[in-house]
Design a binder for this molecule. Structure first.
Ligand code: ATP
Length: 421
């Protein structure tokens, strides 16, 4: 039996809102690896962690690489550390890079740690202690917070995964408007969707492959297959140089952040869950355009929100009525509100109780508490105070899923086009 000895490399927290991107840094490392005859044993990985992590720059992503642990391993380590030294945004208080080297197999406790980094918060001290306990070589720059994500990035098992192709800009163009031919993006989407996804938000005419920050990324295309990404890259036209590009294997759009909650009472703030409950009140919109309603089960109730950036999704949510049973997917944020990413209708309430219709055709009104109904038109009265069930037509469908638009989608959220029905 041949035993392959591998070296895992984890890198995180090198960028700031003003620039850089850990994926770009990784692509620079990979180039230097190639020049030195060091080959990757698999695709580089971009791993998204807890969407509620406090110190994230944007999407809370860490990067990991896997190479053969041979005579070139120490050169590889030198390349990684010098690139992190050279390219990290050290001037930003919030940039605290961390690099991890790990030799050996990924163990169950490492996998558990990685899921904790998606579901919970981990301190630098905890990460360091854990890293030491499994024999990691740990490199902290400044506070070294990046080691939290670096260990998770090498450890997370990817039972489900997608790919992202990232194209990078020339440094003199950083911060300037990206020169992407939008027509070609529409063409690419038409020819490659659903093998590629999240390209365009048609409801908003929003080109989602284009970042809105001054980072080195020109565009990022997401897909289930590498072949579709290569085809998509051929179709998308740009009027500025692409200095480099790289395909990452990733947990984006897998719903890996979603935990199945036992009941409403068991869910915790800053956790992401899937939970079934009964709609308790008619969704209402407040100033700022956010829409809220409550769902409940035997254990309690929680407020659910469809926020302003979810745009037309709020219109769908507005069709919910008390008594509907839905399964919601999302996370409990700052205000303790469940931020909906998508929902499935389990059972629509298509019966509402109304005042009876009088013989003369007019709907009756209440004659007072426990005094039955009266007709304002012909004066007829009935003694019973029982409202009558009326079947209503609904604008939603049983069993159907409804999701937020591409422009409001979390990196980890699985879009319906990836769900197997
Ligand atoms: P980008 O997406 O542009 O690469 P980012 O949003 O990933 O940026 P980082 O600069 O990587 O932001 O900062 C995120 C920080 O949060 C890192 O230091 C990472 O180690 C840390 N972190 C990741 N997951 C957790 C967690 N579960 N608990 C605490 N800290 C975490």
């Amino acid at each position: 039996m041949i035993i392959i000895n591998l070296l895992y490399i984890g890198i995180d927290d090198t960028d700031s809102p003003d620039g850089m991107c850990t994926t770009y840094l990784a692509s620079q490392i990979i180039n230097e690896f190639k020049e030195n005859g060091i080959e990757l044993a698999d695709y580089p990985r971009l791993i998204r962690l807890n969407p509620f992590a406090r110190h994230k720059t944007r999407g809370n992503g860490g990067v990991s690489l896997k190479i053969l642990n041979d005579e070139k391993a120490s050169l590889a380590k030198e390349i990684v550390l010098s690139k992190v030294e050279e390219l990290s945004m050290f001037d930003c208080d919030n940039t605290n890079p961390g690099v991890i080297f790990y030799e050996g197999d990924i163990t169950k406790e490492m996998e558990d740690y990685a899921f904790r980094a998606i579901y919970e918060f981990i301190t630098i001290e905890e990460a360091e202690e854990f890293g030491k306990s499994i024999g990691c070589e740990i490199h902290k720059f400044k506070k070294g917070r990046g080691i939290i994500g670096s260990i998770a990035a090498i450890s997370l098992p990817l039972s489900d995964f997608t790919f992202e192709l990232l194209a990078y800009r020339a440094s003199e163009n950083y911060g300037t408007k990206r020169q992407i031919d939008y027509e070609s993006v529409y063409k690419m989407d038409k020819e490659t969707f659903p093998d590629t996804f999240e390209n365009i938000d048609y409801s908003e005419n929003y080109i989602a492959i284009e970042p809105k920050t001054p980072c080195p990324v020109l565009y990022g295309i997401r897909s289930d297959s590498v072949e579709a990404l290569e085809k998509a890259k051929e179709i998308v036209q740009v009027q500025e140089p692409i200095v480099d590009w790289c395909i990452f294997k990733t947990n984006q759009h897998t719903d890996m952040h979603i935990q199945k909650a036992r009941d409403i009472a068991s869910m915790k703030q800053f956790g992401c869950y899937c939970i079934t409950g009964e709609v308790k009140n008619k969704p209402t919109i407040i100033d700022g355009g956010h829409m809220f309603f409550y769902i409940g089960d035997k254990s309690g109730e929680i407020e659910c929100g469809a926020y302003e950036p979810t745009k037309n999704f709020r219109k769908i949510v507005s069709h919910l009525i008390p008594g509907d049973v839905i399964q919601v997917y999302g996370g409990i944020g700052e205000q303790n509100t469940f931020n909906i990413e998508k929902f499935q209708v389990i059972k629509l309430n298509d019966i509402v109780y109304q005042n009876p219709i009088c013989e003369c055709g007019k709907r009756m009104t209440s004659a007072g508490k426990n005094k039955g109904f009266k007709c304002k038109k012909c004066g007829k009265r009935i003694e019973s105070s029982e409202k009558v069930p009326v079947k209503i037509k609904r604008n939603l469908e049983n069993s159907k899923f409804y999701e937020t638009p591409v422009s409001a989608r979390r990196h980890l959220s699985k879009p319906l086009c990836r769900m197997k029905f």
